[in-house]
Design a protein around this ligand. Structure first.
Ligand code: COI
Length: 372
């Protein structure tokens, strides 16, 4: 039996055609132990093509493979962007999103930089609302878990000349996930390779940034570290970010983080942490952050905490940083600010913490069942 639902079109937006799965895969999963990050996919996906200068009919359908033409432009020149968001359930079982409009805005900023069409914010919101409502039983509720939501867009035109594609696909799928990092991490300040330069694409969440990070990340692991700490491209002295996270240092009574300079990803967890801390009256400084300054403060015993922030990573403690031949060791057991922030962010996401900022949005479906 086919159950085709059509989402009510609203203020001129397209209706979403929804084709639910016949047999859910959920029964095979033990949700008391969420799977390793990015290994299990929920029942449905949202798909919408861009062609002839406009977005075509949006659709939610059973999760399935794509078929890709060998000359697909993304495969050759990497015109591809993504977002990472999380949905959690509150005590009443309502799925909640954390700052979804920020993710929509950042996706569109990445799209502009990569010469791709923007996805209207209302359509983005409809897509995630319908998809997550349909697959809400896939949202794990054990501590540190969530439904990871992955909106992304890639070029689909068949052509191998170097120019922007004229056709694209926007997709959203979801996966139940546990913690991204289960332990604190060690970092090596990179001294050879560069993630991004001002004027490049470091601010965009585009596939190439992650591809370019793989070899230096492998080298850092071979040298005994968990992650690369990216440094500025001129002097390898100013800290940019870490693997999949932005980075914060608690130095004395100040909390320091590298400032945006066109090369650092505009992290939404980074922004949330800064706003939470400032609302508490803490001194958060966004600055050109020299590793030499951190080293000097470390020698005086002033570096109290180091942690990374990210959607997947939430707040992940750092226990070691190597800069050239110098090694700084930290004791995450003694951290107070980082763990408290993690509790607040996770609490906001699951509706346990009062949302004074208006960041948390319940998933709302406006589906009409049109034909069964
Ligand atoms: C996220 O934190 O959602 C990210 O995008 C990092 C990802 C590459 C795992």
């Amino acid at each position: 039996m086919t159950d085709i639902r059509v989402r009510k079109s609203c203020r001129g937006m397209s209706a979403i055609k929804i084709t639910p799965i016949v047999q859910s895969k959920l029964n095979n999963l033990d949700m008391s132990e969420p799977p390793a990050f990015g290994t299990v996919y929920s029942d449905h996906m949202f798909v919408m093509d861009y062609r002839d200068g406009e977005w075509q009919k949006p659709e939610i359908k059973p999760f399935e493979d794509f078929s890709i033409h060998p000359a697909n432009l993304t495969l050759h020149y990497g015109q591809s962007i993504f977002e990472g968001m999380k949905a959690s359930k509150n005590a009443e079982g309502v799925p909640l999103f954390f700052r979804p409009e920020m993710h929509s805005k950042r996706l569109n900023a990445s799209a502009r930089r990569m010469c791709m069409p923007e996805v209207p914010q209302e359509l983005f919101m409809q897509a995630i609302n319908e998809l997550v409502t349909l697959d809400k039983d896939w949202i794990p509720t054990v501590p540190d878990s969530a439904l990871y939501v992955r909106p992304y867009m890639f070029a689909t035109e068949k052509y191998i000349g170097v120019r922007s594609s004229k056709e694209f696909k926007f997709v959203v799928f979801t996966c139940p996930v546990g913690a991204y990092y289960s332990n604190s991490v060690s970092l090596r300040a990179e001294q050879t390779y560069v993630r991004a330069t001002p004027g490049g694409v470091g601010e965009a969440k585009t596939a190439g940034n992650y591809a370019a990070s793989l070899y230096p990340a492998m080298k850092a692991v071979e040298a005994g570290y968990d992650q690369v700490m990216w440094m500025d491209p001129y002097e390898f002295t100013y800290i940019q970010e870490v693997g999949t996270m932005n980075i914060f240092f608690v130095v004395g009574d100040k909390i320091m983080t590298p400032k945006h300079n066109g090369a650092i990803l505009k992290g939404i967890t980074r922004d949330s942490v800064i706003k939470i801390l400032r609302a508490e009256g803490r001194d958060v400084v966004e600055m050109d952050l020299s590793i030499k300054k951190i080293l000097k403060a470390y020698k005086k015993g002033h570096v109290k905490e180091v942690w990374g922030t990210g959607t997947a990573a939430v707040i992940s403690p750092v226990h070691q940083i190597a800069y050239r031949e110098k090694v700084m060791d930290f004791d995450p057991e003694s951290y107070t600010i980082g763990p408290r922030l993690k509790k607040i962010i996770n609490g906001l996401r699951s509706g346990k913490h009062i949302d004074q900022f208006g960041w948390v949005k319940p998933a709302v479906s406006e589906t009409l069942v049109e034909a069964v």
